[in-house]
Design a protein around this ligand. Structure first.
Ligand code: SF4
Length: 296
């Protein structure tokens, strides 16, 4: 678990194609490679080579020097993304603290941050996030897909519970950090109910979140496809055949209920005054931004 791999073999910095389409992030950093959380739908499996173990996590302390030079070459206030490919707060973070050390570099540089995570460990960095927020955006998106903890155990078996994730995000909200829920993926036949979608939106409001950003489908491409079908056969018997009947070889799988779910989602977000479109979220993250964006 505790090994470093040469940066030449695997980059840890990724420029964003278009910051206006992903929460204002200008470039991403990956403090760890691999992830132990084991989500059935994880498409980051396609990033690793066929012989690499995804659940074996490598810390990337080598990211820090490269990251500092990248950040110094950019304008103050540049927003750095965490969590694009791999979880930035795996259990190994409690020992290695690579994510925390990168956040310290960001705070010193007057840069901003958008963190996407499924881990409650992020709340331990609240003080550091407040330091970042004094000069630039500091935003945390907690990824939550279902309120049903039994489904969490099957769908995201290594992750903290949904309740733990909500507690962490509520703590950050109460400390003045801008928070949101990344509600994705909505997996056909598993978490695609109106009760679940509307329930997550309500709990987001209770946790002090300012927005919820959804995705009403799931992609099954590359190696991830075979892995998903193997695991779904084990965790949700009979669903594999249902998937085959409905989606065949398609890589994009959207719930048949998606139009009704979107309607209920938008209605609830408007009622509770939560942002949900990328355009509005980027304006919230970076109020001076004038970019043009799509709704979902
Ligand atoms: S937390 Fe993210 S990177 Fe880790 S297994 Fe789940 S989807 Fe993949």
């Amino acid at each position: 678990m505790n090994q470093s791999i040469p940066s030449s073999q695997s980059p840890m910095l990724f420029p964003a194609k278009d910051p206006s389409h992903r929460f204002g992030v200008a470039f991403d950093v990956e403090p760890y490679r691999g992830c132990p959380f084991g989500c059935l739908y994880c498409d980051s499996h396609n990033v690793l080579g066929p012989d690499e173990s995804f659940s074996r996590v490598f810390a990337r302390p080598d990211a820090i020097a490269a990251f500092s030079s990248e950040l110094n070459a950019r304008e103050p206030g540049t927003i750095v993304g965490f969590g694009k490919l791999f979880e930035p707060y795996p259990p190994l973070e409690t020992k290695e603290r690579v994510t925390r050390r990168l956040l310290e570099v960001i705070a010193d540089a007057g840069a901003g941050v958008v963190i996407v995570t499924k881990s409650d460990l992020v709340a331990e960095d609240a003080a550091l996030l407040r330091r970042i927020k004094a000069a630039a955006p500091a935003v945390v998106l907690m990824c939550i897909t279902t309120l049903n903890e039994d489904v969490v155990k099957k769908l995201e078996p290594g992750c903290p519970t949904t309740a733990e994730r909500f507690r962490a995000i509520a703590k950050l909200s109460s400390e003045g950090i801008v928070t949101g829920i990344l509600m994705q993926p909505i997996v056909p036949f598993i978490n695609d109910t109106e009760e679940n979608i509307v329930g997550i939106v309500r709990k987001a409001k209770d946790a002090g979140c300012r927005f919820v950003y959804p995705s009403f489908g799931m992609n099954l491409a590359g190696r991830q496809r075979d892995r998903f079908f193997d695991l779904i056969d084990r965790e949700f018997p009979r669903l594999k055949n249902v998937y085959m009947d409905q989606f065949g070889a398609k890589w994009s799988c959207q719930s048949k209920a998606a139009p009704a779910l979107k309607k209920a989602f938008v209605f609830e977000c408007r009622k509770l005054k939560l942002k949900y479109g990328m355009n509005d979220i980027v304006r919230l993250v970076r109020p001076t931004s004038t970019v043009q964006m799509k709704l979902f």
